[in-house]
Write a protein that binds this ligand. Structure first.
Ligand SMILES: Cc1cc2nc3c(=O)[nH]c(=O)nc-3n(C[C@H](O)[C@H](O)[C@H](O)COP(=O)(O)OP(=O)(O)OC[C@H]3O[C@@H](n4cnc5c(N)ncnc54)[C@H](O)[C@@H]3O)c2cc1C
Length: 372
C-alpha cells in the first residue's frame, strides 16, 4: 500500500517564532522558492526534487548544513496519524517526547504518517558565493589528502559537496562545489589554504543569490541507479583508502561517481547523539557511491550492482566507520538497523511497540517491534 502525501503541501510561516509549518508532501525546491519570497530558508538537502516528509525525518543535509545543521535537527514539532487512526498533535519536546526523539532520524521508518512538520527558518543571506575548484587526474590523490587536512577548519558559512568521477579527457575527475553564505572576498578567504596547498587546475567564484545556488544543483531524472553510502571517519580517508577508491571508480565498466557531503561542523557535532535518533554527528562526512544503471542491459545492471556491493563490503570494513546514513537508504545493507541508528535501536523498538504495536507500517527497513 502506498499513501500519497503530495497534497499535504501547505506552508504556514510564523515570523515571530522564526518557524514554519510544512506539509510533508512539499518538495525541497518548492519550499526554497516559496520561503525565499519572504526572505527565509530552511536547512535541508541540495536536490530540489526530494520530498520533505522522508528527507527531514531521516536527516537532510545540504547547502546550509554546516551552519544550521540537518533538517531533522531543525524540527521543532510534528503531527502524525498512527496505525490505529489516532491523530497526535503536537509531537514535540514536551508532548510525546519519545516519538519526538524517534521522528528526528527515524521518522521515515514506520512510526505513522506524518501530516505536518514545523521547522526553524533562517534569513536568506543577501549574497551567496558559489565556488567550484577542480583538479586534473594526476592531482586527485593529493587534492583529496589536502582537502581532508583543511576541511575541518573550513568556515561554517561554507557547505559543499565533492565529486569524484572516472578519469576522462572531457571533465575534471575531482571537483569541490561549495556555497558560501557571504561575498566573493569572504569566500576566497575561506578556501585560501585549500587553493594554496593544492594548486587546482580550475577555480571559479561567482557571487549569486540563495536561489542561484539552489537552482544550480543538477536536475535529477527519474532513471534507475544504485547507491551505497559510507560514513567517513573524523580524520578523513587514509591515503590507501583514497587510492583504492580512485582505482575502483577508474576501472569500472559501469560509469559511477562518488559524491561527498562534508559535515565536519561544530553545529552538527555539538548536538548530543542522545537528543534524537540521528547519530551521524562526529564524522568528516558522508560518501555516496552512485551507479547510474540506465542504458545498461539487465545482465550488465546486475554485474554493476554486484561489483558495488562487493566493493562496499570490503571498503566499509577497512576504511570507513561502521555506520551508514539512513536517508541514503540501501536495501542490500547488512545489519542496516545498527548502521543507521547505532545505540538507539532498543529505544526505537520500544517506541515502535507503543505507537504501532501490530507493526502495520512495515517493510524491509522499517523499525521492527522486536530485535531482528
Ligand atoms: C536525487 C536525490 C538527491 C538527494 N539529495 C539529498 C541531499 O542533498 N541531502 C540528503 O540528505 N539526502 C538526499 N537524498 C536522500 C533523500 O533525503 C531520501 O531519499 C529521502 O528519504 C527522500 O524522501 P522522500 O519523501 O522524497 O521519499 P519517499 O521515497 O517518498 O520516502 C522515503 C521514506 O520516507 C517515508 N515517508 C515519506 N513521507 C512520509 C510521511 N509523511 N510520514 C512518514 N513517513 C514518510 C516513506 O515511507 C519512505 O520509507 C537524495 C535522494 C535522491 C533520490
Amino acid at each position: 500500500m502506498v499513501i500519497d502525501v503530495q497534497e499535504f503541501n501547505q506552508i504556514n510561516i510564523n515570523f515571530e517564532t522564526k518557524t514554519a509549518v510544512f506539509g510533508p508532501g512539499n518538495r525541497l525546491g518548492e519550499i526554497y522558492h516559496k520561503l525565499n519570497k519572504v526572505g527565509y530558508l530552511i536547512s535541508a538537502g541540495e536536490c530540489i526534487h526530494v520530498g520533505l516528509g522522508g528527507h527531514a525525518t531521516g536527516g537532510g543535509f545540504g547547502w546550509t548544513g554546516r551552519k544550521y545543521g540537518l533538517a531533522s535537527d531543525n524540527i521543532v514539532s510534528a503531527e502524525m496519524v498512527t496505525a490505529n487512526g489516532t491523530f497526535i498533535s503536537p509531537i514535540n519536546s514536551t508532548h510525546h517526547s519519545d516519538l519526538f526523539f524517534a521522528i528526528r532520524g527515524a521518522g521515515n521508518a514506520g512510526y505513522g504518517i506524518i501530516t505536518s512538520l514545523t521547522l526553524n527558518i533562517y534569513p536568506v543571506h543577501p549574497i551567496v558565493t558559489s565556488i567550484k575548484i577542480s583538479y586534473l587526474p594526476e592531482q586527485v590523490e593529493l587534492a583529496f589528502i589536502i582537502f581532508a587536512k583543511v576541511a575541518k577548519n573550513l568556515n561554517e558559512n561554507l557547505s559543499c559537496y565533492i565529486e569524484l568521477r572516472p578519469k576522462s579527457i572531457n571533465t575534471y575527475p575531482f571537483s569541490f562545489n561549495a556555497a558560501y553564505l557571504g561575498t566573493e572576498e569572504e569566500a576566497r578567504n575561506a578556501v585560501k589554504e585549500l587553493i594554496e596547498l593544492s594548486n587546482p587546475a580550475y577555480i571559479k567564484f561567482e557571487e549569486t543569490t540563495w536561489l542561484g545556488i539552489v537552482d544550480s544543483y543538477p536536475i535529477f531524472t527519474r532513471s534507475p541507479f544504485k547507491i551505497t553510502s559510507y560514513n567517513i571517519p573524523p580524520s578523513g580517508f587514509s591515503q590507501e583508502a583514497i587510492r583504492v577508491l580512485v582505482n575502483f571508480i577508474n576501472n569500472l565498466e559501469c560509469e559511477s561517481i562518488a559524491l561527498f557531503d562534508l559535515y565536519a561542523s561544530d553545529v552538527i557535532s555539538g548536538i548530543s547523539i542522545n537528543s534524537s535518533a540521528f547519530i551521524h554527528r562526529n564524522i568528516f562526512g558522508v560518501m555516496e557511491l552512485e551507479a547510474p544503471l540506465s542504458g545498461l542491459s539487465k545482465d550488465d545492471q546486475i554485474k554493476c550492482v554486484k561489483k558495488h556491493l562487493q566493493f562496499r563490503q570490503e571498503f566499509q570494513a577497512k576504511y570507513t566507520s561502521y555506520f551508514s546514513y539512513q536517508d541514503y537508504i540501501d536495501r542490500d545493507l547488512s545489519d542496516w538497523i545498527t548502521r543507521y541508528y547505532g545505540p538507539h535501536v532498543p529505544r526505537l523498538i520500544e517506541i515502535k511497540k507503543k505507537y504501532d504495536p501490530n507493526n502495520l507500517f512495515n517493510w524491509k527497513q522499517s523499525i521492527p517491534t522486536k530485535l531482528p
